[in-house]
Design a protein around this ligand. Structure first.
Ligand code: SF4
Ligand code: SF4
Length: 423
């Protein structure tokens, strides 16, 4: 990485703490990613993006800001990126996938709270995330209790707008969500100083759909046996999708898919044919949380799909492109997001049906349900998942874990036993 110290200090980062973070990432990345055999050549771009994670992309955001543009940060896949883009802004996912800044976070949060919440608070309080420090506005949501209350505290340090996400999917919930989407569009217009028109929204819907289509193309290629790409690499791409430039990212994913198509034709894979295939489901795995996928893929199995928000939930549904007027377009945007099967909805039958369908489509032998510790929505919903998969005769392994590595050995033993059983 080039020397970006000047840029980081101008953002007000705590350089010492930030250095600590940068020291952790490269060795972890090397061990988890660069040691994989037979990786597709086009993964080079994504390696480059990670290598420049706090460099080049941050520089692009700063250039955008210097030219009068705004940057809007989000923590959840419910925040409509198309609206931010339609007003000339850049929407970035704020990662929260590492336990850094925990001491600072615990000064304002209870200790027993999900690591994702602790991580984003820690990143902000310890001033170690250049993405966070580039944001003109941060958007929260009322998905789970921990998050919605944490946003009140976060608002002391950065302007936070909270979107009210419904907890059910009835007609009146959909009406409420549409109003929230419209309010958000107005706020984005105020923040950026740019009006959203039918033409700009139509264009941004098409661009973000293009990103979703490229990710779906990648997902479809993983249905083949042998799998042409590892689950770890696929997860990495899904994580990068949240903050990279939309058009460049889409082009690179499509380029990778061209290569994967050739691999499929040649019968080439990253693991031998008939390697046990698993689907991972549960709480999102924010970058750089690669712990469980790494254990799975070094225990004799290949991950073929992620029923996660850093996975299929992010790209499986598109915004319909049949509307002409702005109001109808906003309705289509709102409708697309209500299709997300997050565990904060009750009931949430869509997620259970989807899982069964995925197991069949991807020819998976079993499912690994991975919940972050203290995440009530997913930990409780694991019971419904278990019931449904049992009915269908699909093997399931339930895991609860955090961001630390203390339980890595124990997890490996359990995952190896599960993979053995699948064989
Ligand atoms: S799991 Fe739910 S709350 Fe979390 S990012 Fe996904 S949709 Fe948002
Ligand atoms: S992982 Fe669970 S507890 Fe944590 S923010 Fe997401 S839904 Fe909330």
């Amino acid at each position: 990485m080039s020397n970006y110290s000047e840029m980081w200090s101008s953002l007000g980062l705590n350089l010492e703490a930030h250095d600590q973070l940068l020291k952790v990432l490269p060795p972890t990345y090397h061990d988890v990613y660069l040691t994989q055999p037979n990786r597709p050549k086009n993964m080079e771009y994504f390696d480059f993006v990670v290598n420049e994670i706090h460099g080049l992309r941050i520089q692009e955001l700063q250039e955008h800001k210097k030219a009068g543009g705004k940057v809007i940060g989000a923590f959840c896949v419910f925040v409509p990126e198309e609206i931010v883009r339609a007003a000339g802004g850049i929407c970035i996912g704020l990662c929260s996938g590492i336990d850094i800044g925990t001491a600072e976070a615990e000064q304002v949060l209870p200790r027993n709270i999900c690591p994702l919440i602790k991580s984003f608070m820690g990143f902000k309080l310890a001033k170690i995330c250049p993405y966070f420090e580039s944001c003109d506005l941060v958007v929260g949501e009322t998905t789970c209790d921990g998050k919605k209350k944490a946003f009140e505290i976060l608002n002391d340090y950065v302007p936070v707008h909270v979107m009210e996400t419904p907890q059910m999917k009835k007609g009146r919930d959909r009406d409420l969500w549409l109003e929230e989407v419209k309010d958000f569009a107005r706020l984005v217009e105020e923040t950026t100083g740019n009006q959203i028109s039918a033409a700009t929204l139509a264009r941004s819907i098409n661009e973000v759909n293009g990103k979703r289509r490229a990710l779906r193309r990648l997902a479809d290629l993983r249905k083949c046996d042998p799998a042409p790409i590892s689950g770890k690499d696929s997860l990495l791409i899904e994580q990068i999708a949240m903050y990279d430039d939309v058009e460049r990212f889409t082009a690179r994913v499509n380029q990778l898919c061209d290569e994967l198509e050739q691999r499929v034709q040649a019968g080439e894979g990253v693991f031998p044919a008939k390697t046990p295939r698993v689907i991972v489901t549960g709480t999102p795995m924010a970058i750089p949380n690669w712990k469980v996928p790494h254990i799975i893929e070094t225990s004799g199995a290949v991950i073929v799909a992620e029923e996660l928000c850093t996975g299929l939930r992010y790209f499986e549904n598109e915004v319909a492109e049949d509307a002409t007027g702005l109001d109808n377009m906003l309705e289509n945007v709102a409708a697309r997001y209500m299709g997300i099967n997050c565990a904060v909805f009750t009931p949430n039958p869509g997620r259970l049906e989807k899982l069964v369908q995925l197991v069949k489509e991807y020819n998976a032998g079993g499912v690994i349900h991975c919940t972050l510790s203290f995440c009530d929505p997913y930990a409780v919903e694991a019971n419904r998942v278990e019931k449904m998969l049992k009915q269908e005769g699909i093997p399931l392994l339930k895991i609860e874990t955090g961001y630390d590595q203390e339980d890595a050995g124990q997890l490996k033993t359990r995952i190896e036993a599960f993979v053995e059983m699948l064989k």
